[in-house]
Design a protein around this ligand. Sequence first.
Ligand code: SF4
Length: 363
Amino acid sequence: MNRKDGFSQAILDWYDRNARELPWRRLGGAHPEPYHVWLSEIMLQQTTVVTVKPYFNHFISRWPQVSDLAAAELDEVLTAWAGLGYYARARNLHKCAVAVCHNYGGSFPADEAELLSLPGIGDYTAAAVSSIAFGKRAVVVDGNIERVVSRVYRIADALPQAKPVIKAHADVLTPSDRAGDYAQALMDIGSGVCTPRNPKCELCPVASFCDGFSAGDAETFPQKAPKKKKPTRKAHIFWIENGRGEVLVRRREESGLLGGMMEFPSTAWQEQAPVPDEVEALLTQIGVEGTSKPPVTTELVRHTFTHFHLELTPHVVKAGEAGGSGSNDAFWLAPDAFSTIALPTLMKKVVQSVFKGQGSLDL
Ligand code: SF4
């Protein structure tokens, strides 16, 4: 048997014995629901299975069909997504559900090219849905599969430039039959056997096909280009409270980082140190009257995004009895209603900083 056939057969045999049971999977030959596969794959990007499971179960019980998700308000979806990060995905998730209902009568297309035309579906997700949900042959390459393939072939090019080379090799290995099971098996092997550190080659079904194992240097693959140091951006953020104990929140721009999510007003996030007396300027800009007491600064909030670290200095500001009316994009909300809005993890950290020493707020 050549490497290609032997490799995929060994992978499939292993899967029949070791497949993980996951809420979005169907074992024993049946294809899972395309809606479940798509939802789980979008959620799993940059996040672990353990984190995703409760979110997946919540979404499926709340919106059992893709048409239910399409009919939901975007805000409800963003709120349910809060904590998974990368909120542009949640917005695209909703857009995609709407497009599936409008353009395909509520049934996901099986064809990779058609899937690719839907919002938020890229090469990887299109291949995963097409193969896992419909059994079509498609070359699925996620981070786990990338690692396995780069070790099996000892691919010398560094990521990300190596991606096309890895995909070409993955294509050679992908079988025509049971392509979905094969992809899921490789994902499982990548996450549980061919781990980034200390791969368990003694348990691996494809050790006899693996050049990295033979050479004894598997762990050095995939090769990676040196990482650039992330810059640190800083800003002042304001917890502005009116006489009724409500706090000013506003919605971020639809496009960009945390797009469409709610936030407390802040100065621009930039690498230069923020100017300390921006409070009054910001209050005027968002339509809040002058402060009655000087601001109180609470514990620094740190957060890391893909491309930069962020340090926010929170200030608690008492905005007088009436507290002004807020501007077009800002409104007053009692803290015990924060769980009803799409508040990202970063803003929850700000809430924790403000409440530190005064008990906690259930978000
Ligand atoms: Fe990964 Fe080792 Fe298996 Fe090669 S033999 S694919 S390095 S676990």
